[in-house]
Write a protein of this length. Sequence first.
Length: 250
Amino acid sequence: MKRLLLLIFTSAFLSAMAQTESDPFGSSYNYDSTSFTDSSFSGETTISESNDEMQAPTYKKYVRFKAPIDTITDLVTYMGIVPFTPMPNDVYDGGTIDSLYLRAKLFLMKRYIKDYRAQTGKPLLFPKEILIEDFKPDGENGRLVIRPSIPIYIKNNSFSNTPAGTLTFKIEIRVKEDKYRYKFTNFVHNTVEKGSEKQIKTYIEFYANNTRGYKGTDQYLLAVDRVVKEIVKELAKVMKDPIVIDQDAF
């Protein structure tokens, strides 16, 4: 009987040891796979993938500014012909050609001659340093040609500009019956050499034909382009709007 009880006790003990085994570090492992809850072995794998293909960054290619070049002179030249129809309330009765000539002359004087009205009572004349030709209409055409110098600016953004020396150029306005022609050419960029204060004159054709570092020099061509377009726009207003002409001033 005692042997039978010992055998039953021994069997129960061995069965319990088969279910649980003590870890040498103090923890216990249950070898029943149905109760194994380690999330890293849950059998589910989450992979974060994007359906969009990875694209290499793209860079916009720089497009050079192309200034208008006269194919005969090879000079940067802006030129245009503008038709003109006198307005009904034009108070000047000297004829279309005379009217256009006087409008253009007054426009240029206001723009490029400081205190041009100081010659009160005398004919208004362009200073010799800028005058090239002043040809009053003879019935067929008239011409005004001057060479002014103005400051120019590099455009940094929509809110700021940087001074970039001065620009000397030739303006020609030719008038005929019911139309006028403008021409801008002979552009020279004037700067000062740092340190020596030496005057440097650069014809802008150098910038137009430059093949190295042109992204920087194109900024000067763009500055010239803005100057010309502004003048053309203002000239168009003057040549269209009615204006009172004091004939004694001319």
